[in-house]
Design a protein around this ligand. Structure first.
Ligand SMILES: Cc1ncc(C[n+]2csc(CCOP(=O)(O)OP(=O)(O)O)c2C)c(N)n1
Ligand SMILES: [Mg+2]
Length: 325
């Protein structure tokens, strides 16, 4: 049975918000307006949106270098996000973090992370904090199929299993680690790495937002009941490059046929089709959501461009590197 219409529309809205945000980011990056590396989430929206739709505001997530979608799905405001990408003072980190360091602890977003696999031990610690403090919170740990080959995943699964921590380890298997196909460097199936530790382990179609929601929902319920961690591998694909502008320094490493075959299963358009054919929602209703999200992102860019650059006097404030260190 389908969830209620308001839930369905909210899932659609969040996925569209991510898609529109990311496409605007790609355009701004091409125009040279965004400093630093930017990794977009286009094609993977169903994973973050399906997963975060099962979380409370007080629950936590950890994220990755490809983190915009995670933050938007957990409720981050696109205006300070955009300002952060522009490196401006009104950004989430006062313009000093950029794309890979967006954080909002008031929403349980423990931060994007430039260290591949860096979020995995953080999520384990977050789960331990909930357990020790007797809270009923759950942490969802997003990480990539490349990050799955960091040893810290096994250390974390071990501790999470021993201590029965309320953590959902959610691997985004988008088939690539930078420019290398994941299968070239990965033995066995990633989701099965939970099995030796007795961790509930499964895969899910990461392009199907309702399936992600269902499977993550079961894992979240288990965690909240004190029945420990889950490892889920969401099978998905990134439509764009590893990072924006990569074609300037790397030759093609994917065939057009491969990219097109995944685009035929675009998570946003597939869900839009389902809403019309199975939930009786009209194209006009969906178009108006699209238009509202376009407008919200237009305003976010306006907000970012109007925000000042951080003052040079504050260069050493709010950062961990000591002055004169
Ligand atoms: C510890 C560490 N090693 C290497 C890198 C360089 N690097 C950045 S992204 C990336 C690939 C990550 O692949 P995956 O985890 O599958 O995430 P995806 O980009 O596919 O979302 C690498 C190797 C890094 N940032 N941190
Ligand atoms: Mg990957």
């Amino acid at each position: 049975m389908l969830p209620d219409t308001d839930i369905l529309l909210n899932l659609y809205r969040r996925m569209v918000r991510i898609r529109v945000f990311e496409e605007k980011v790609q355009e701004l990056h091409r125009l040279g307006k965004l400093p630093g590396f930017v990794h977009v989430y286009v094609g993977e929206e169903a994973v973050a949106v399906g997963a975060c739709s099962m979380l409370r505001d007080t629950d936590h997530i950890t994220s990755t270098h490809r983190g915009h979608g995670h933050c938007i799905a957990k409720g981050a405001d696109v205006a300070p996000m955009m300002a952060e990408l522009f490196g401006r003072a009104d950004g989430y980190c006062r313009g000093k973090g950029g794309s890979m360091h967006i954080i909002d602890t008031s929403l349980g977003i423990l931060g994007a992370n430039g260290i591949v696999g860096g979020g995995i031990p953080m999520a384990t610690g977050s789960g331990l904090a909930d357990a020790v403090l007797g809270r009923d919170g759950v942490t969802v740990c997003f990480f990539g199929d490349g990050a799955a080959n960091q040893g810290v995943l096994l250390e974390s699964l071990n501790l999470a299993a021993i201590w029965q921590l309320p953590v959902v380890y959610l691997c985004e298997s988008n088939q690539y680690m930078e420019f290398t196909p994941t299968t070239d460097l990965t033995a066995g199936r990633i989701y099965r790495r939970g099995e030796p530790f007795g961790v509930a382990s499964m895969e899910v179609d990461g392009n199907d937002v309702l399936e992600v929601r269902r499977v993550v929902g079961e894992a979240v319920d288990r965690a909240r009941r004190g029945e420990g961690p889950t490892l889920i591998e969401a099978i998905t694909y990134r439509f764009s490059g590893h990072s924006e502008g990569e074609s300037a320094f790397v030759s093609a490493y994917r065939t057009e046929e491969e990219v097109e075959s995944w685009k035929a299963r675009d998570p946003v358009t597939c869900f839009r089709d389902l809403l019309q054919t199975e939930a009786g929602i009209t194209a006009a209703e969906l178009d108006s959501i699209d238009a509202e999200e376009q407008e919200a992102i237009r305003k976010a860019v306006e907000f970012a461009e109007a925000s000042p650059h951080p003052s040079p006097d504050e260069a050493l404030d709010h950062v961990f590197a000591p002055a004169g260190g």
